[in-house]
Design a protein around this ligand. Structure first.
Ligand SMILES: Nc1ncnc2c1ncn2[C@@H]1O[C@H](COP(=O)(O)OP(=O)(O)OP(=O)(O)O)[C@@H](O)[C@H]1O
Length: 326
């Protein structure tokens, strides 16, 4: 986070959201069970920031974003976006923001890209002059004119996502929320999308809130990372600070023998090492100031059948993974 002198564009103060689920207790009886999806969340986001808003499945990301976009009303707390309370003034808020979902399009499949742009121009009441300027700018950044006359249904997934990002910027929003924008895309187009987002952020000072399970995207794009777990913010600081804090850590990764998993876990837990297991690969996060890396490595080699071992300095992905597993 930069030292900020301007006012935040997004202000969340003690925001909570509780859903009530009905549970049948008899033929005609039911009780309401509360689900505290978001609990007393506080943060300020400043104009031009790129924030990675992450957390495991069901952590409360969508619920928080839905309150910021005005789809949901908080149970308690204050939420302001661009000085507007989103759920009280949804139309005014919509003019300030944009939402892009990697998995679904806001465009009409049967219309051409051009017709979709024209439609949104009318919906957002964009002047002819601003429309022309913005389309030219977006074409410069994203080459959208190449598919201008194509029906949306004929675009490849990558072209469709790029066009969706472009069209979401037609009314020059102050904030753009991106939900898994590069899901299912190959590395080349993913790279292009991330670079484009960075460029748009720099040129237009658009504030970007990125929600994704792909931590490499966060590493590449975001300066600040907010982690939500079980509805509560458990981390909120810059990516650099995150790495600095954990810079003494290293990550040991190896393939293990399934039959030894139990003993391996006992060994790791005794050493108080954070770890995760994915298929046949185990990842250990070593805190160099607490644990003796060399000794751990030699004991692993001596006592277990391990393969393909690598030792690396901690990346944002590893840090986040270890925060999730706590
Ligand atoms: N309308 C609803 N009614 C009841 N419970 C809900 C509702 N919407 C969300 N929840 C619950 O609130 C919690 C947070 O859900 P949310 O969709 O915000 O998580 P998320 O972090 O976006 O997860 P994911 O990464 O899986 O999309 C979950 O336990 C979810 O089941």
């Amino acid at each position: 986070m930069k030292v900020q002198v301007t006012k935040p564009i997004i202000h969340l103060e003690n925001i909570s959201k509780t859903f009530y689920l009905r549970k049948k207790t008899g033929i005609f009886k039911s009780i309401k069970i509360p689900k505290h999806a978001v609990q007393e969340v506080n943060f300020d986001i400043y104009p031009g920031e790129i924030v990675g808003f992450i957390g495991t499945n069901g952590a409360g990301k969508s619920t928080t974003i839905k309150m910021m976009t005005g789809i949901l009303t908080p149970t308690t707390g204050i939420c302001e976006v661009g000085g507007i309370i989103p759920y009280e003034s949804r139309i005014a808020n919509a003019k300030n923001i944009s939402v892009v979902f990697g998995q679904r399009t806001q465009m009409n499949w049967d219309l051409t890209v051009e017709d979709n742009f024209n439609l949104l121009k009318e919906i957002y009441d964009v002047s002819d002059e601003q429309f022309k300027r913005q389309v030219n700018l977006l074409d410069q950044h994203m080459g959208i004119k190449k598919f201008w006359e194509q029906q949306v249904r004929s675009l490849s997934l990558g072209q469709r996502v790029l066009t969706d990002i472009a069209i979401s910027l037609i009314h020059s929003p102050k904030v753009i929320y991106l939900d898994e924008p590069t899901i299912g895309l190959d590395i080349m187009i993913k790279d292009k999308i991330l670079k484009t987002l960075k460029l748009i952020n720099q040129k237009e000072n658009v504030t970007i809130i990125l929600t994704t399970h792909d931590l490499s995207e966060i590493e590449l794009l975001c300066e600040r990372i907010i982690i939500i777990e079980e509805g509560k913010i458990i981390y909120d600081d810059t990516k650099d600070k995150m790495l600095e804090t954990f810079s003494t850590d290293s990550v040991i990764q190896f393939d293990y023998d399934y039959t030894e998993l139990k003993e391996l876990e006992i060994f790791i837990k005794n050493k108080k090492i954070d770890y995760s297991v994915e298929n046949k690969t185990m990842t250990l996060s070593i805190q160099q100031d607490v644990q003796d890396e060399k000794e751990i490595l030699s004991q692993l080699y001596l006592n277990f059948s391990i393969n393909k071992m690598t030792v690396a300095r901690t990346s944002v992905q590893d840090v986040v993974r270890s925060i999730y597993s706590k």
